[in-house]
Design a protein around this ligand. Structure first.
Ligand code: TYM
Length: 330
């Protein structure tokens, strides 16, 4: 078993990232060798000020350590510090098909109507993601539901490459979604859209850096419907906002939805107050640790440097194998 996963270092860590991915990364560290990385080459698909890009990278590395990524156990690094990612991406560009990439929902959503003006990086992004995973022979890729299609594409690329070049070079990875955490955390303003860094409304998400008061206010103002909370999870099916809040509470407290509803059926007010308390109890210590870590930029840089050296060593044999398979090296 080998675990690989990444996160784009754009802006702040939010509750969707934490519940959908990072808290499970934290748990998986105790079960298998893990590599976690900042997908900073992926951020090229958006135009970002270079100074901001650099600052975001440190901030996200600190946020991951604050959230429990133990750099003595796991390898934490930045994608751009390990050139093998970009090299393998180019090799896999020979395997990936335009038709496959055209079907990616993230591409369709982000490119919108004006595809002609979208960057090639945005289109090719899932191939780089495949390289990130295949380079390390990952068996498990812990991600939120929104990344499932990209992991399936990674599997298709691995299988086609292995077939085309008559090799067993690439391990075909499994997406690892859910497993006790929230696979899909939705916006606090619209229960049909995922919580996301790109939502213009900050009230739609809880950020790791939000103060306790901000967290409480966002939950108080979170959209709900006029009905009270039911006592049976099945009755949440057509109530996306209520379902989302109950799902968040379940993920944060580790309790199942039926038990939570047995305690909280009725008006939203007391439930929201309990949810805000649970979120503050989880996030406050993480935020304190992040404040500490931010004070020592050199320490964060050293963690990333050490991680990149280890990742590069692990990546080298697979990259060499890929060059050999396509006939560019002996
Ligand atoms: P990114 O940076 O958008 O998100 C990082 C992780 O957080 C999960 N996530 C969510 N989970 C549940 N509910 C949400 N609202 C929510 N929002 C985000 C994502 O599923 C992800 O697991 N393409 C990836 C980064 C990446 C990657 C990789 C991941 C690059 N290479 C290789 C795995 C393996 C991305 O943009 O994630």
């Amino acid at each position: 078993m080998r675990v690989v996963s990444g996160i784009q270092p754009t802006g702040d860590l939010h509750l969707g990232n934490l519940l959908g991915a990072i808290l499970r990364w934290e748990r998986m560290q105790h079960e298998a060798p893990c590599l976690f990385f900042l997908a900073d080459l992926h951020s090229l698909s958006d135009h970002i000020d270079p100074a901001v890009r650099l600052a975001n990278r440190r901030e996200m590395a600190a946020a991951l350590v604050a959230s429990g990524i133990d750099t003595d156990k796991s390898i934490l690094f930045a994608q751009s510090d390990v050139p093998a990612h970009a090299e393998l991406c180019w090799i896999l560009n020979g395997t990936a098909r335009m038709g496959w990439l055209n079907r990616m929902t993230q591409w369709k959503d982000k490119a919108g109507k004006n595809r002609e003006a979208a960057s090639v990086a945005l289109f090719d992004y899932p191939v780089l993601q495949a390289a990130d995973i295949l380079l390390y022979q990952a068996t498990h890729v812990p991600v939120g539901e929104d990344q499932k299609q990209h992991i399936e594409l990674t599997r298709d690329i691995a299988i086609k490459f292995n077939n085309d070049f008559d090799t067993e070079l690439f391990t075909v990875p499994q997406p690892f979604i859910g497993g006790g955490t929230a696979a899909r955390v939705m916006s606090l303003r619209d229960g049909t859209r995922k919580m996301s860094k790109s939502d213009p409304s900050d009230m739609s998400r809880i950020n790791l850096t939000d103060s306790d008061d901000a967290i409480a206010q966002k939950i108080r103002k979170a959209k709900t419907d006029p009905e009270p909370l039911p006592d049976d999870p099945a009755l949440l099916a057509d109530r996306p906002e209520a379902k989302n809040l109950v799902g968040i509470m379940a993920a944060v407290t580790g309790r199942d939805e039926a038990a939570l509803l047995a305690d909280h059926a009725g008006q939203f007010g007391p439930f929201k107050a309990a949810l805000a308390d649970a979120l503050v109890a989880m996030l406050h210590p993480l935020r304190d640790r992040l404040d500490e870590l931010r004070k020592d930029e050199a320490a964060i840089d050293a963690i990333l440097e050490k991680g990149a050296a280890k990742a590069a060593d692990l990546a080298a044999p697979t990259l060499a194998g890929a060059y050999r398979a396509i006939g560019l090296k002996r």
